[in-house]
Design a protein around this ligand. Structure first.
Ligand SMILES: [Zn+2]
Ligand SMILES: [Zn+2]
Length: 363
């Protein structure tokens, strides 16, 4: 199996031939078709998130075809087209049972292991870790059955790949986490791969206005193409004042799709009384946000986190595929560059430079 491997944070990725064990009980092996290049992987590579185990195969967004299944696998079969979910679920723990499987207690976030606590990849007999339980920068990967979500066969797999992280996270933040009603005002801080999907989630539920905030004019233009009614260039004007000028009383919902503490503070300041700020981007290890608690208390404002768009993966991922196929969700417009597996470093450079909505690696 060929994979792009991170041997050390802040060093380039290297393509290697790795050994891949066959799937064990409750696991499946997937031949990858495409992988999105996600900002979380860039954070892991550039060292802004600490404690990433190495060597590791990055990639938390992908789609492919099931090549083999381990003992006891029931819901996935050889030949199925699947979107990969970086949040495997056990179906039995407290959170799975109460309908919040994205918080499954059996997940081992950040440790680079499959749910049984081991790896299937190795190099020269030494373990290689699985980023986000799925390790999609690889020609083949072994994942938990609950990470492989079957989808319609006529869905193009390169576009399906994005459903697995950025589309689910962004659209899910609007329709699941915040449950934005029609006519509510919203502002989206950071309109990269996830933020653009927050914008189109807002368009899907008929939020209005939908204000995109970014420091790159090209990204604001892209956001307008996906349903933003206004664009605010935060490098040139104060986004809080601009949002208040557009909405009068402040935004009913603000979303922060970038791991930036200043944007988080601004998104709270821009809320209307009774409004909700949804934090999606994960900031650097150790970051803190200053907060004046008085308007939170007196105006009953809410600050809440959003992990994976509050996904119930087995339900939501196929639903998003259906919405794409029905022409209600746009994914083609999100992909602006395609790379080979050996071009992951260039994809990271372009992502860090703000040149990408979504770059994808195709196999
Ligand atoms: Zn991701
Ligand atoms: Zn669980």
């Amino acid at each position: 199996m060929r994979a792009s491997v991170l041997f050390e944070q802040r060093k380039p990725l290297q393509v290697e031939e790795l050994e891949l064990e066959p799937p064990r009980a409750g696991e499946v092996c997937v031949r990858m078709a495409a992988s999105g290049v996600c900002h979380s992987c860039l954070h892991a590579a550039d060292g802004s998130w600490q404690g990433v185990p190495v060597p590791i195969v990055l990639g938390d967004e992908g789609a492919g075809v099931v090549e083999s299944v381990g003992p006891g696998v029931q819901d996935v079969k050889v030949g199925d087209h699947v979107v990969l979910s970086w949040a495997p679920t056990c179906g039995r723990c407290h959170y799975c049972v109460i309908g919040r499987p994205n918080l499954c207690e059996k997940r081992l976030p950040g440790r680079g292991l499959l749910p049984d606590g081991t790896t299937r990849m190795s190099l020269g007999g030494k373990p290689v870790y699985h980023y986000g339980h799925v390790a999609t920068y690889a020609s083949r990967t072994v994942v938990a059955e609950s990470s492989a979500i079957p989808i319609a066969r006529d869905m193009p797999l390169d576009r399906a790949a994005l459903v697995g992280c950025s589309v689910m996270t962004g659209v899910g933040a609007v329709i699941n986490t915040a449950a934005v009603p029609a006519g509510a005002s919203m502002a989206v801080f950071g309109v990269g791969g996830v933020g653009l999907n927050v914008v189109q989630g807002g368009a899907l539920v008929a939020a209005h206005p939908i204000i995109a905030v970014d420091v790159k004019t090209s990204k604001l233009d892209h956001a307008r193409g996906l349903g933003a009614t206004h664009g605010v260039d935060a490098s040139r004007e104060d986004p809080v004042a601009a949002i208040r000028a557009i909405t009068k009383r402040g935004a009913d919902f603000t979303f922060v799709a970038v791991g930036d503490a200043r944007a988080m503070a601004q998104a709270v300041d821009a809320l209307a009384p009774g409004g909700t700020c949804v934090l999606i981007g994960v900031p650097a290890t150790g970051a803190t946000v200053p907060m004046d608690p008085r308007p939170i208390v007196t105006g009953e404002r809410v600050i809440r986190g959003c992990s994976y768009g509050s996904a119930r993966t087995r339900e939501d991922l196929p639903r998003l595929v259906t919405l794409y196929q029905a022409g209600k969700l746009r994914i083609d417009e999100l992909i602006n560059r395609r790379y080979g597996l050996d071009e992951a470093n260039e994809a990271f450079r372009a992502l860090a430079a703000g040149e990408l909505a979504r770059g994808i690696i195709v196999f």
